[in-house]
Structures are given as C-alpha cells and as structure tokens.
Ligand binder design. Structure first.
Ligand SMILES: [Mg+2]
Length: 365
C-alpha cells in the first residue's frame, strides 16, 4: 500500500473520573489525556490516545503535547504500511515518552487497518476473538466507600476485584476482608503499585489468607527494581506475582524472567508503545510466563488497542481493561462495548471509533 500519512491533529481532553482514582503512588480525579487523529492521502483517518499518569510513568500532558509536535515530523509523508518501523523509530526518538508516542503509533495502526478494511485485532492474527471479562479496580478509599463501590460493581456482574493497596497494610487487609465478607464468590488481585516492603507484602498476604479471601494475583508489590523481593514473595506466599512497573521495556521483561521475579507480566501500551508491547507479549509467552494486560486511566481508544492485542495475539489470562468504566463520560462513539464486565469484540475496520477534535486542536501537515 503506497498510501501516505499527510496530516496529524492532536488535542487535550479532560474526562472526569467518577470516584477519585487513588493508588499507593498517586491520585487523579480527572483523566488529563490527549487524543490524536492522523489522516492519510486517501482520506482514511485513524485515532490514538495518550494517557500520561505522572506518578507512575513520569509523563505529563504538557510533556506529551510538546513531544508530539516534534514526533509528528517522523510520520508525515511516510507510507502507513510502515506502521511497525514507525513505532520502533518513535521508541528510539522518545524512549522516556511512551504515552506520547503510543498516541501517534496507535493512530497510524488504526489508519492502516481502516485503509486495509480489517479490524485492528486482525492485524495481530485474530487468535482469540470472543467476549472477555475484565476485573474492576477499587481505589484506595475509606472502608464504607470501598464496600459500597464493590457492591455496586458486584450488582453489575463483576467478580474479580483489583484492590489498590500498598499504603497501609492493616487497612488494606481490613478493606479486603470487608469486601470478601460482603460479597460471595469473588476473587481478588492486590495491586501494591510498588508501595509495600517485602515484609509488608508478606503480612498482607497472610492477613488475606487468615480471613479466607481468594487472592489470585499480587501485582507489583514492591519497588520496580527489587526483583529479589518479588521472587521471594512468589516463593513465600505461593500466590502468583505480576510484574507491572518492573517491566517498561523488552529488556526489563528479560530481566524479570531471568531472575524468576514474576508469574505474569502486565502488558500496557502506555508503558512501551504498541510495537514493543507486542514484542514483550511474544517474549513472555515464549518464556512460559503468563500474560496480563492493563492500562493507565484510558478511554476506549487506547483500551480498544489493548483489547485488539488480546483478541489478536491470544494467551492473555487476566484482563484489567476497566478504566473507561471508571470515567464519568465516554467521549468516543463506536468500537467495542461493555456488557457488565464483558468486553464485546467488534467487526468494523480499525478500532471502528469516531471522535470530533476540540477547538484546541493542533494541526501539523
Ligand atoms: Mg498495576
């Protein structure tokens, strides 16, 4: 295909979060993201999104907007069929700005798929195209609010609860126990977001075990560099451990595997961009580890790309693709849909989504 990329538009978008999104390392009440649209020489368009989370990834929206002005020059005039090379080149040019380049890369891939008339998941093989269930995230908040939120999601059909923990072990256990006692037949992921010490995490796991809670995964309990503690926590608790913040590149994933530091690797396109996320997923599977996929606080644009990886590559066991449900509104039309906890595949081309640029749009052509 000799269709070229001839225009890039991007604009900031604020989407309020229904309940403050509080994790061990930071808090947000508004998703301050960036939407991006590319237009091809045959008028086909594609969309992407940057969802910087300053306390987790170190990126800010201002930083994304500044970087995009520069990175656009890499894609203008290029053949859209070179989407993979473009993604890897963007990584070289902006290693520390994965959310910014993810927006551009996703939009190029979406445009390519639309021009080729295939759903985005088809690009990666369409290995596992079926409705899939996501977990639901319960942020760090007080006990009553924790239980009220969990009850609300339970009524909508959610059964896997990702509890944000890692700020205070005692209250983490108390909150989890309260949810466990309130709702039958549920399971938990404990996401420490690097907030626990090794001992804290062991205390937490013991506390959950004592109350009878079913903990299926401990996600990033300790600081990202402390792979020894991750390995020790796996051994000593018998609970699978997922590496999230510890894996921000293929090299990180290789280190986690070599050190026996995790059972799962949590893939996020906002940490690595899309092309490298695919490389990490393939490496993870080949290494015999399991795959999880998640996101920052994203709308259905970025999350639609992640769901495409799930449907296309196959082998993802745990889906943490819930953030559009945590937002007070949905700025996007079309694309995949939620039915309770289930994400429904779509059959239109690309992400099959549309959104109108805001007046604050920056246009580069
Ligand atoms: Mg996490």
């Amino acid at each position: 295909m000799s269709v070229t990329i001839c225009k890039v538009e991007f604009w900031p978008i604020d989407v309020p979060i229904t309940n403050p999104f509080v994790v061990a390392t930071g808090a947000r009440t508004v998703a301050e993201n960036v939407f991006l649209r590319v237009t091809l020489s045959n008028s086909t368009q594609g969309y992407g999104e940057a969802a910087p989370f300053p306390e987790v990834g170190g990126e800010t929206r201002e930083g994304c907007l500044t970087a995009l002005r520069r990175l656009c020059k890499t894609v203008l005039g290029r053949s859209v069929a070179d989407y993979k090379e473009i993604g890897l080149e963007l990584s070289e040019q902006a290693l520390t700005l994965p959310a910014a380049r993810c927006a551009l890369e996703t939009a190029v891939i979406d445009a390519y798929c639309r021009a080729s008339n295939i759903p985005m998941w088809q690009l990666w093989g369409g290995a596992d195209v079926r409705a899939r269930e996501t977990d639901i995230t319960i942020p760090i908040t007080d006990l009553d609010k924790t239980v009220a939120l969990a009850r609300g999601w339970y009524a909508q059909g959610f059964r896997l609860f990702k509890m944000k923990v890692g700020k205070d072990v005692e209250s983490d256990v108390t909150r989890l126990e309260a949810v466990h006692r309130a709702l039958p037949g549920i399971s938990f992921i404990g996401d420490g977001n690097q907030g626990f010490s090794r001992q804290d995490c062991l205390t937490f796991a013991q506390g959950v075990k004592s109350c009878g809670g079913r903990m299926v995964l401990l996600e990033q309990p300790v600081v990202r560099e402390d792979l020894d503690s991750m390995a020790a926590i796996r051994r000593e608790t018998g609970i699978p451990v997922a590496a999230d913040e510890s894996v921000r590149s293929l090299a990180d994933a290789q280190e986690v595997v070599a050190r026996g530091a995790a059972d799962y690797i949590n893939i996020k396109i906002m940490k690595t961009g899309v092309a490298e996320a695919v490389e990490i997923a393939c490496f993870t599977k080949a290494s015999g580890l399991k795959l999880m996929i998640g996101g920052m606080v994203e709308t259905r644009i970025a999350m639609g790309c992640s769901f495409s990886l799930v449907l296309g590559l196959g082998g993802f066991e745990v889906l943490d693709l819930d953030t559009p449900l945590l937002l007070a509104s949905d700025p996007v039309t079309g694309g995949y849909r939620y039915t309770g906890p289930r994400l429904q595949p779509w059959s239109g081309s690309g992400l099959d989504m549309d959104v109108e640029p805001l007046p604050s749009v920056t246009t580069i052509e």
